[in-house]
Design a protein around this ligand. Structure first.
Ligand SMILES: [Zn+2]
Length: 120
């Protein structure tokens, strides 16, 4: 019989009257405008900190003392595409192991497991 009429009108949008005060000067002196002093930035110190991954020497963690130069797959992780040895700061290998790694890579090169660096 009676229709269910839910008279729920949808909310109308926010009725913000965009009527700025500046413009129509009607006698009032200058300098009475609302000053916006809110910076959206937030100041310095935004994203300066690059997250520090735990860079521990792989060989130290795995307790590899002598680096197997025949393990090409292992060595290739420390050699760039061109055959260059990746610097320590990128790999995170400690100094001791980096030296051993370098030697291992050079040995591997000698037996033609790894390519030499770019020839001139
Ligand atoms: Zn190490």
């Amino acid at each position: 019989m009676a229709e269910e009429t839910q008279g729920k009108a949808p909310e109308t949008g926010a009725t913000a009257a965009p009527h700025g005060g500046s413009g129509s000067g009607s006698g009032s002196g200058p300098g009475s405008g609302p000053r916006q002093g809110g910076r959206p930035g937030g100041g310095p110190g935004g994203r300066g900190k690059f997250f520090r991954r735990k860079k521990v020497c792989k060989f130290c963690t795995e307790k590899i003392d002598a680096i197997p130069y025949r393990d090409v797959r292992l060595l290739q992780g420390f050699v760039a595409e061109r055959g260059k040895i990746v610097p320590r700061r990128l790999t995170g290998v400690c100094t001791t192991h980096q030296r051993r790694l370098t030697r291992a890579i050079k040995q591997a090169r000698n037996i033609a497991l790894l390519p030499f660096a770019t020839k001139h």
